[in-house]
Design a protein around this ligand. Structure first.
Ligand code: ZN
Ligand code: ZN
Ligand code: ZN
Ligand code: ZN
Length: 665
């Protein structure tokens, strides 16, 4: 009976009581050593098994993730903070160089998975209106689907089912009364009345406005005001000044003004003590690249900001005090208004600051992404995709330079960015992250073009240099192979087999049209899958698989896509073995393309773990969970959603595994 009690407590998660019950039980064993019957041996065995389970569960718990967004850095593994950059680890240092600008280097050897930067966004704005893809075949004309704006808190980005909407606009919605009040106090009291215009002008304009609203609460805001006041009305608005932004002082720390270089801090964005913090000063010093933007872009930015300023001015006149919006019914708004610094008094100054932020954002905006499950309820193998949840500015993360094969991974928990080493980084090496064009996702020419047009530089990372040398072959995941001997084909217009005795050659346009047909077929199969018509979808997909194997390289994206769809089809049909077999094939494609310890591999292993879990294949599930955890931990850390889900699966499987000979009726 005591063992049963302990078992129940473990299952309920009341671990302290459980461990008390276990030690009581052990006590009663030692008190009566005469119980050496086979029955009591079974009992002993069950007891030790239960103790293992308890320990396993205790390890899982530690700190609940809800506490985390506000938790201090010790929990997140930033063991020692850098004195120079408080939101970075002491393993990195900020350097500057006339060619590279500002960048971070390792001050010691860094291991994979080590947390290097953990910073809350200085500013973040939820991306509005992106509809999640259709499921359930809900394709009615009246579109009642929800957007991210309905699903996530507009302040902390927490996923929320029952939101608290702002009483003034009902567009801004929050997870709680606290978030609503904080947002009102910090920025929404002003944004509320211009919400429609902000949606029209776009998220960059919104980020620019919110940055300046947040700056009002900082010391540097005062500095900015002072500096702008000095030059603002005189210089900036003069028509003959061709490049007004250049006159905007970079150094906010120096009080002397007149470009006195001797008083300037050595690294822009740092305070007078050389400290680089996540504050408005750092944000203000991010490069606007004014000379690189097209005149059209600059014109649109300036027009947007002036439209916004005009409307802010009007709405502040209507409401007398821009900070009191009686319509919102916020009880505390009067109280807060008293201590909130005004914006509209120096609107022309803040307008200039906003324009600077608009220009900075093209290179410095960071998308806060999350993994959204897109599979419908009845599809058990979830299909996930990365969605851009918000646009934010992270002044420390912005210091990282780009590489097409970076040595870090960036993940997000609510509005906090975590940068982790994705591989070993030696002392003195530069810390690099990828601005988007990654070597395993884009061919070199396309990457270079994208980096040049959006970020204004020519990438010379090792990946780019290596790839340039083997022009003509193209990326492996777009490669064709020989019909006869499966060797990769080479060439531009006419492709020939790399295997000399084979002599096979094909025209590229022939292969391209074959690939197009194949992709069309896969699309049709996916439609059938969504409608649940498995009897038609499966044979169609099997046909695609055979066709793909005839002319595509084994790491070709489409190969993986076919296998992935087959895995989904079989999972929907309840055939776990076949589903797992196809998922393992798709896993191989992912491994060849992205590498065995890539984040993509982690997501795919997560899917496989789900299949095994739902198929009650306990041993396979446990070993896959372990593999997935290992990979995901490096990139995402312990509080990632997928890791949490894996741990829940693990604990559930441990509960499922029977206690041999345990007390049964
Ligand atoms: Zn919230
Ligand atoms: Zn509102
Ligand atoms: Zn590159
Ligand atoms: Zn051949």
């Amino acid at each position: 009976m005591m063992l049963r009690k302990a078992e129940c407590l473990v299952t309920l998660g009341r671990l302290q009581e459980a461990s008390q019950a276990i030690s009581d039980l052990e006590g009663s064993f030692t008190a009566r050593p005469t119980l050496a019957t086979p029955q009591s041996q079974v009992l002993q065995k069950s007891l030790s098994r239960l103790k293992m389970k308890l320990q396993e569960k205790e390890n899982l718990i530690e700190t609940p993730p809800a506490v985390l967004s506000t938790a201090c850095e010790e929990d997140m593994g930033l063991r020692e903070r850098s004195e120079q950059i408080p939101s970075a680890s002491s393993s990195v240092r900020l350097c500057t160089d006339p060619l590279k600008g500002r960048y971070l280097v390792a001050t010691e050897d860094i291991l994979p998975g080590q947390l290097l930067v953990r910073e809350d966004a200085f500013v973040s704005v939820l991306n509005p209106g992106e509809l999640p893809p259709l499921h359930h075949g809900l394709e009615s004309e009246w579109d009642t689907r929800v957007t991210n704006g309905d699903l996530y808190c507009h302040r902390c980005l927490k996923r929320t089912l029952a939101t608290v909407p702002c009483g003034g606009c009902s567009y801004a919605k929050y997870c709680s009364q606290e978030c609503l009040q904080q947002a009102w106090h910090l920025y929404h009291s002003i944004e509320c009345s211009v919400g429609g215009l902000l949606l029209t002008l776009g998220v960059f304009c919104h980020v620019a406005l919110r940055s300046t609203l947040l700056a009002r609460f900082e010391e540097s805001g005062q500095v900015l005001k002072k500096l702008c006041g000095k030059i603002g009305n005189k210089d900036i608005c003069l028509p003959e000044s061709k490049n007004p932004m250049k006159k905007f002082p970079y150094d906010l720390g120096g009080e002397s003004g007149e470009n006195d270089k001797s008083i300037e801090t050595p690294i822009p964005g740092c305070d007078t003590n050389g400290k680089y913090e996540n504050n408005y000063n750092a944000v203000f010093n991010l490069l606007p690249h004014t000379e690189n933007h097209s005149p059209e872009h600059k014109f649109v930015c300036a027009l947007s900001v002036s439209a916004l300023c005009k409307q802010l001015e009007e709405s502040s006149m209507v409401e007398e005090s821009s900070l009191q919006a009686p319509t919102t019914g916020l009880k505390s708004s009067k109280l807060e208004a008293a201590e909130t610094p005004a914006l509209c008094a120096e609107l022309d100054i803040w307008g200039v600051a906003m324009l600077r932020h608009m220009l900075q954002l093209q290179c410095n905006a960071q998308a806060i992404t999350t993994i959204q499950q897109t599979g419908s309820e009845e599809r058990i193998v979830t299909d996930s995709r990365q969605v851009r949840l918000a646009t934010a500015v992270f002044p420390v993360t912005s210091l990282l330079n780009h590489s097409c094969s970076p040595n870090t991974s960036v993940t997000f928990i609510s509005t906090v960015a975590c940068v982790r080493a994705s591989q070993k980084i030696g002392k003195g090496q530069e810390i690099l992250h990828c601005y988007g064009p990654h070597e395993s996702r884009m061919a070199v020419a396309k990457r270079q073009q994208k980096l040049r047009s959006q970020y204004f530089f020519d990438c010379t990372c090792p990946a780019c240099q290596n790839e340039k040398h083997r022009i003509g072959t193209g990326p492996r995941w777009e490669g064709f192979c020989c019909n006869r001997c499966r060797t990769p084909l080479q060439g531009s217009n006419v492709l020939s087999c790399g295997n000399t005795p084979c002599m096979e050659s094909v025209r590229r346009d022939h292969l391209d049209s074959r690939l197009q047909d194949l992709q069309q077929q896969i699309g049709m199969a996916q439609k059938l899958l969504r409608k649940g018509q498995l009897e038609q979808a499966v044979p169609l997909l099997l046909g695609c698989q055979r066709e793909a194997e005839r002319f595509l390289c084994e790491e070709h994206t489409v190969m993986g896509e076919v296998e992935d769809n087959l895995a989904q089809a079989y999972a929907a049909a309840g055939d776990w073995q076949k589903s797992a077999a196809h998922l393992q094939k798709s896993l191989r494609v992912v491994e060849l393309r992205h590498g065995p310890s890539s984040i993509e591999m982690g997501h795919e292993l997560f899917k496989l773990a789900q299949v095994f879990f739902n198929g009650f294949a306990i041993t396979e599930a446990l070993s896959t969970i372990q593999k997935a955890e290992k990979v995901l931990l490096i990139h995402c850390g312990p509080w990632d959603d997928e890791i949490q889900e894996l741990q829940k699966m693990k604990s559930c499987l441990l509960d499922l595994s029977p206690i041999p000979g345990g007390p049964s009726m």
